[in-house]
Design a protein around this ligand. Structure first.
Ligand SMILES: [Zn+2]
Length: 449
């Protein structure tokens, strides 16, 4: 989604009409609808969906990297990742769409959540991994997510919204700042998508269907069907014990006592003979032992996140310090601490945490982004530009990064470079203070008449 700009365009200063046309053209091009009929792989009936399988996979591959980064990257614990992946693939092979390019992984987020993208990219958070007790529950969780992919819930949803809106959500979620005209507005752009902006929000009927499919797949794999009821129970209890931590899970997967009751009676009635199957608790405990050892840190990060959302920055800082005492090399805690410092306008401290985060997980994008912001606030424009460029290489197509690269280049007095970034930015964003800033600069430098 990046637009490179030829010198020719810049040598000829644009007039305002060209400029407006460019901005509107970029908005219209993406909104073509992609309709068609397809066979529902679960029911075998013809249904009206807006996406082909290829489009599902393409949307998945476009959006999933943003969500992973929003969740502080995939787990670096290869043992947990391998375990989640093996179990996921085993279930997916037994599903209605075994041909989909499934991937399974844990992600560093401490929120209690799991999600699927429409092409079969599935992730579970650390927050939920440390809550579960046995493999049957994990199989239920993965089976449920595989169920959403198999019933094509996202594709069906696209019939209600628009493919273009889904496709654009990735980029636009990053640019929902307020009307601040100074760097203060940048705090709201701390490099993360608006919570859950990329994730599907399912209906209760979708959830019922995914539960049912999940139980089908897990029992086909020989897992104990009680795992589904166990999972529902964990979620019910966590919502009481840790209000706030499940917001996203409830928003994206509506929860109810009804689902727990259904899981319980379904296990008894339909899968009665399977209820003596092992729940593989020991294997689950063994494989997730390293995560469990830092459960205290994970819970401190959960409390910090709740406080950050309420702008209780000092309290959040205390929780993050506690998390870092338990797990000094925790990437999530370090990046959140950097953000917490930035929000308190302490860029030097923020930079220290961001640099540590970058060293620990160099291939994850958020460390670079927070590092760039910390440097920008200290007017270290060269270093900021390098960080934002790194971020851009890892997660291309984020207009917010384009804008920040423009600001850095402007600070470096590189007018042609800054103009190019601002111009790119304006092609996908015409509103807000960033667009105003970019437009004013282009005008004052003579690029717009
Ligand atoms: Zn769900």
């Amino acid at each position: 989604m990046r637009y490179s700009l030829s010198d020719r365009v810049f040598r000829r200063a644009m007039n305002r009409r060209d400029f407006l046309w460019l901005m509107s053209a970029s908005g219209v091009a993406a909104s073509a609808t992609l309709a068609g009929c397809a066979v529902d792989p679960v029911t075998g009936k013809q249904t009206f969906v807006l996406m082909s399988e290829e489009q599902e996979v393409a949307l998945d591959q476009q959006q999933a990297p943003y969500q992973f980064s929003n969740d502080y990257g995939e787990l670096q614990d290869t043992q947990v990742n391998g375990y989640v992946s093996d179990l996921g693939h085993e279930l997916a092979r037994l599903s209605h769409r075994p041909q989909m390019p499934y991937t399974f992984r844990g992600v560093n987020s401490t929120a209690i959540n799991a999600y699927a993208f429409p092409g079969g990219t599935i992730a579970v958070t650390r927050g939920i991994l440390v809550e579960m007790d046995n493999e049957a529950e994990l199989a239920a969780l993965l089976g449920h997510e595989i169920g959403h992919v198999n019933a094509r819930h996202q594709a069906e949803q696209a019939a209600k919204t628009k493919v273009a809106e889904l496709a654009m959500a990735g980029a636009n979620a990053y640019v929902r700042q307020s009307e601040h005209s100074d760097y203060a507005g940048l705090f709201e752009a701390l490099g993360s998508a608006a919570k859950g902006a990329l994730l599907a929000h399912y209906s209760r009927d979708d959830e019922r269907e995914a539960d049912e499919l999940g139980m089908t797949y897990m029992t086909r794999a020989g897992q104990n069907p009680n795992g589904m009821a166990g999972l529902m129970n964990i979620l019910r209890q966590s919502s009481r014990r840790k209000p706030g931590m499940l917001d996203l899970m409830f928003a994206t997967h509506p929860m109810s006592d009804e689902r727990y009751q259904t899981a319980k009676s379904r296990a008894r009635q339909r899968y009665g003979s399977m209820r003596t199957a092992p729940d593989n608790r020991e294997r689950y405990m063994d494989k997730t032992a390293r995560l469990r050892r830092i459960k205290g840190a994970i819970e401190a990060i959960q409390r910090a996140e709740a406080d950050m959302n309420q702008s209780n920055l000092r309290t959040a800082e205390g929780h993050l310090k506690q998390a870092l005492r338990i797990a000094p090399r925790d990437y999530t805690a370090l990046v959140m601490m950097a953000k917490c410092q930035l929000a308190q306008e302490k860029p030097r401290a923020a930079q220290r945490y961001a640099e540590r985060a970058k060293r620990i997980y160099p291939s994850e994008a958020q460390g670079h982004h927070t590092g760039g912001l910390a440097k920008l606030m200290q007017r270290q424009f060269d270093g900021a530009y390098q960080d934002f460029s790194q971020y851009d290489a890892m997660l291309p197509g984020n207009p917010n990064t384009t804008f920040l690269k423009g600001v850095s280049l402007e600070g470096m007095q590189n007018v042609p470079g800054a103009a190019q970034e601002y111009y790119s930015f304006l092609q996908s964003n015409s509103q807000g203070w960033q667009a105003q800033h970019a437009y004013q600069r282009l005008a004052s430098w003579g690029y717009v008449r």
